[in-house]
Structures are given as C-alpha cells and as structure tokens.
Design a protein around this ligand. Structure first.
Ligand SMILES: [Zn+2]
Ligand SMILES: [Zn+2]
Length: 317
C-alpha cells in the first residue's frame, strides 16, 4: 500500500469542493441509508410501509432518508395504484450499481466478524457458496490494499464530509429481521456515520497519528478519541510501540469495501480530472476497477448471477 499525498493545498471551487469519495460518504455513510438499501436489494422492498415495518424505523426518519436518496438519484419515485395511488421507490442505475459495495460489506463481515448466521451468497453459475474476494478487473488477479498505489489529488480530503446526522446510535434490538438478514454490525459501526468512515479512510491514506487524523478530518478530539478507541476494540486498528495507529489485517481487508465505494463514487459523482484519489493495482498498472470473484470457481460475480440464501426460494429477478 503506497500513498502519495497531495503536492498542493486543496483547491476551492471545483464541484462543491469535496472529493467524489467525500460526497459519496455524505450520502451513504449512514446506518439507516445502508439498511434501507440493503433491504431494497435483499428483500426487494419498494414501499414506505415496507421499510417502516421491516426496520422499525420512525416515519419521519424514513421520510427524510427516502427524500434524500431520491434527490441523489439512487431511488426514483414512481406512482402505482393500489386502490388509491401510492408511491414506489425503485433503484435507479446508480442505485443498482451500489450492489457490489453492499455485497462487499457482507463479505468482509462474514470473513472477519466471526458472527455465525450471516447469509450465504450463492453463485448461481457454479452453485457454490461464493465467499467472494476482491479482484482486479484489469488483470483478473486478487487485489488487496497492499498491492495498490494511491495518489491523492487536491480534492481528496475529508475535512468537508460534514457533520454526522443525529440518529439513534443503534438499531433497536429485535426490530425487523436483522437476526438473519445479514445484519452487519461491525461494518455498520465503520460506515454508519460519516466521521467514523472518514477516520478509517484516512488510515488507508497513511494517516497514523492522532494530530494528523485531527487535522485531516477536522473533528473534535473527544470524538476522534472515541472512534479510534472503538476501531481498536473492533480490531481494525492497533497502536504500535510509538503510539501510532495502524491498520490490522482485518482493517486492511476493509479495503474491499472502500474499493467498491470509491469506484462507485468516481463513476457516479465524478469531480474534475486528477482532483481525486487515483488508486492503481500495482502488478498490472490498471486504475481501480474492483470486481467480486467467486472463491470456488474464480468466476467474476455479476449481480444477476448470485443470490443470498434467505432460507426460501431465491427472489425473482
Ligand atoms: Zn490488476
Ligand atoms: Zn462460482
């Protein structure tokens, strides 16, 4: 994992002054947003009442999240008649392309969180439990954080990711079907609020020391202390003998998730050329093009060729 940091101070102006990844975090690094999306993919939920009943989320919180997801072009709202006219929320193209990111979350959680009962992801082509790993779309070989090179453009900062939302810290226990529906508690802690995700993303960019995290992300010392402590407890960071924070193997493996998030952000929310992160697979020199690969047959996993085993027949596509 090599990182080259920006040669110049962040430029103002371009887009809204944030990196593609920063803007993606602003939209997606929210526990409820992730749960809404996960249910849309896994259970094909499309209606307000569907999410409300499934997640036990308050109507006002759900209404705000759906409105934002429509505004960001992830869902489109379409009327349908059910006695009276109601709205349905359908994933758009950009929304559907979040699929790999959500599968990567599940995959990392299953590999590292030691949580029994997470759903099995079946690769329909070979019939096996896919247990996907991250591959490079350029050369087809496995890809890890260690064999990438990252060059930071001037907008690739996190200091404007924004304040966290005010939301309940945990999803109410026993609500919905989180007991078997692939609820991913560790990923949710990392991705469930923007500041947490920014701390981990900064660690991937080579930030090691408390003061450097603080400067990079611009968050209150007490909040930063809390996040670093929690990530250490979760086993994604450790402190070395000099008190610097380093990614553990488990933390490094989270690159799988960040790779898909970054890829999505750069495709769907592109900033000016050269302004953002440029991640390269060093062995082949291909710019970041992450794919999920089946651990059994080594085929690339496409959205329509896999399904989560929910204990019943696979949902219709
Ligand atoms: Zn490659
Ligand atoms: Zn397979």
């Amino acid at each position: 994992m090599e990182t080259t940091n920006p040669p110049v101070a962040p430029a103002a102006g371009a887009a809204d002054g944030r990196s593609a990844l920063g803007r993606a975090l602003g939209i997606l690094a929210d526990r409820w947003v992730l749960l809404i999306l996960q249910r849309a993919f896994l259970l094909r939920i499309r209606t307000f009442a569907g999410w409300r009943d499934e997640l036990g989320i308050s109507e006002s919180v759900l209404a705000v999240r759906l409105k934002e997801l429509v505004a960001h072009g992830i869902f489109e709202r379409t009327p349908y008649r059910d006695g009276r006219t109601r709205s349905e929320y359908r994933l758009t193209g950009p929304g559907l392309r979040l699929w790999s990111f959500l599968v990567a979350i599940h995959s990392w959680e299953r590999d590292w969180a030691d949580r029994p009962g997470l759903l099995t992801l079946v690769h329909d082509s070979c019939g096996a439990d896919a247990r996907p790993y991250l591959g490079c779309g350029g050369c087809g070989k496995p890809m890890t954080a260690r064999d990438t090179r990252t060059v930071r453009g001037p907008l690739a900062t996190f200091d404007r990711v924004g304040l966290p939302r005010h939301h309940r810290r945990t999803v109410r226990a026993g609500s919905g079907r989180e007991d078997y529906i692939g609820y991913c508690p560790h990923s949710m802690e990392i991705l469930g609020d923007r500041r947490s995700t920014s701390v981990l993303a900064a660690a991937f960019l080579g930030i090691r020391r408390f003061v450097d995290f603080q400067q990079e992300i611009g968050i209150a010392p007490s909040v930063l202390t809390d996040r670093l402590k929690r990530f250490t407890e979760l086993g994604v960071l450790r402190t070395d003998t000099e008190g610097a924070y380093r990614l553990t193997d488990q933390g490094l493996a989270f690159f799988e998730v960040l790779a898909f998030l970054t890829d999505w952000a750069q495709r769907e929310l592109p900033g000016p050329a050269g302004s953002d992160l440029a991640i390269t697979h060093r062995p082949c020199g291909t710019p970041l093009r992450p794919v999920l690969v089946c651990r059994f047959c080594h085929g690339t996993l496409a959205r329509r060729e896999i399904h989560f085993d929910l204990g019943g027949p696979p949902p219709a596509h």
